[in-house]
Design a protein around this ligand. Structure first.
Ligand code: ARG
Length: 471
């Protein structure tokens, strides 16, 4: 500083201790304003509750409280009108709002920060924000479940090959296959809702780390802001971001599920499978190959899963080894969280539309079912039912399949003479009827099985599960 330049630190809420100006590059490097502006609504909500409590506790006078609340209300309006004068030299959203309040109502604005630190303030904002987003994500997941349920209902009669190792295994109902994703999403929804319990702890009153000597009423603030419980330890309150990490980890599982479904949509819409077609509005063309119809949306969902995993890894790594209590490292929680919130909400919103655009190619699927051995297990089951030990039955049918492969035939092409050569019981009409995919599916009547009657019960259970709200 050359003596003529003003010490810019004097304008900062914490400027009192500093003789020299903050380096401009450091100012930009340490500022969180470009991204924590997103917490403005939560910050004002928290400040209003804190201000009211200060009045009730007799820490500030009622007219002072009124001025503060009125000032905060005006700031809220300025922000929503896009007229708030954000100033990066004030580092973050908290100090921007506080400075603006003082500019508007004078030194009394400086009383709002009594019995509070930015450490418990930012923790409060993050809790409020995560609670809000958890609720929204929960709603979006159930909307997507609804779409899956409808698609499953519409395709109740459609039989597709079921796979293990991506090899044709046994025929299943398409609706059964789709419903597997419904239940994954159900668990995802439950996980987000369970995470809500930890987001529902109120940190304010922790001060910088040790609590406060002012006679505050934390219960009152918690009640006003709709929190279910309080942090019992001030040091934990300002150090904890588990609730953010939980949001990120729930997001990882959710996207992992949608990534698996995406992979199936990519496969199934390929010419090789041709089980379905994605709507034109949800696919793109190629700049060179005129015939192309590319499944960009499921591909991007698959890729964005990596990004959401990355956010969890980044934040777990930030927190590993951090000593108690607040450290500036913790400011890095925001971009990871915000990015995952945006990604998850975008994906959930577009996914329902994508699924609605699907046209199931029933004929192509029916053709696919004709040329494989996916009912071989049915023959083995038939023999086992007649008393042949299953292991033996498995061998008999295995040899039968080998015979077919050598002869270039399918099981259904075999004459009863060829069949009885392998086992006397195999020549019966009863045995042959087992070879149809429809019969194979119909036979899986156990609870959770793919028989139409079992799937109907499943759909009913799903409807009930969907109607249960948790928060
Ligand atoms: N911008 C900061 C953050 O997001 C707010 C808390 C700052 N506290 C502090 N002691 N520097 O973490």
């Amino acid at each position: 500083m050359n003596g003529k330049e003003k010490n810019n630190n004097q304008d900062k809420p914490w400027g009192g201790r500093f003789k020299e100006s903050l380096d401009k590059r450091v100012e930009a490097f340490t500022a969180s304003l470009p991204f924590d502006r997103r917490l403005a609504a939560e910050d004002i909500l928290g400040s209003m509750a804190h201000g009211r409590m200060l009045v009730k506790a007799g820490i500030i006078a009622p007219p002072e409280g009124e001025m503060i609340l009125k000032g905060l209300q005006e700031i809220r309006e300025e922000i929503s009108r896009g007229e708030f004068p954000y100033d990066i030299s004030l580092e973050d959203i908290h100090m921007n709002i506080e400075k603006r309040l003082i500019d508007k109502i004078g030194p009394v604005g400086g009383k709002l920060h009594t019995a509070r630190s930015r450490n418990d303030q930012v923790a409060l904002d993050m809790h409020l924000y995560v609670k809000k987003e958890l609720r929204e994500v929960e709603k979006l997941i159930s909307a997507l479940q609804e779409v899956i349920l409808e698609l499953a209902q519409e395709n109740l009669e459609v039989i597709i090959p079921g796979y293990t190792h991506l090899q044709r295994a046994q025929p299943v109902l398409l609706s059964h296959h789709l419903m597997a994703y419904f239940w994954m999403l159900q668990r995802d929804r439950e996980r987000f809702l369970d995470a809500h319990k930890r987001a529902d702890l109120m940190p304010l009153g922790a001060g910088a780390l040790s609590g406060t000597s002012f006679p505050i009423d934390r219960e009152e603030v918690a009640r006003e802001l709709g929190f279910g419980a309080l942090y019992e330890n001030s040091m934990d309150a300002v150090s904890d971001r588990d609730f953010v990490l939980e949001f990120l980890s729930c997001s990882c599982l959710l996207l992992m599920h949608l990534s698996r479904l995406s992979e199936e949509l990519v496969l199934w819409s390929s010419q090789e499978f041709s089980f379905l077609e994605l709507g034109d509005a949800f696919t793109t063309g190629s700049s060179m190959m005129p015939q192309k119809k590319n499944p960009d949306v499921p591909e991007l969902v698959r890729a964005k899963t990596g990004r959401v995993y990355g956010n969890l890894m980044a934040l777990l790594t930030v927190f590993k080894g951090l000593p108690l209590t607040y450290n500036k490292d913790m400011q890095e929680d925001k971009e990871s969280l915000f990015d995952s919130v945006d990604t998850v909400k975008d994906v959930l919103t577009i996914y329902g539309q994508l699924l609605k655009s699907i046209k199931v190619s029933r004929e192509k699927i029916a053709t696919a079912l004709q040329d494989d051995f996916s009912t071989a297990t049915e023959l083995a089951d038939f023999l086992a039912l007649k008393g042949v030990p299953f292991r033996e039955a498995h061998h008999i049918v295995g040899r039968l399949v080998r015979h077919c492969l050598q002869e270039g035939k399918l099981l259904k092409d075999l004459s009863s003479g060829e069949l009885t050569a392998f086992h006397a019981l195999l020549g019966s009409d009863d045995a042959l009827s087992r070879l149809s995919p429809g019969e194979a599916v119909k036979a899986k009547t156990c609870r959770g099985g793919t028989a139409p009657e079992a799937v109907r019960k499943q759909l009913q259970a799903a409807r009930e599960a969907l109607n249960t709200s948790f928060i």
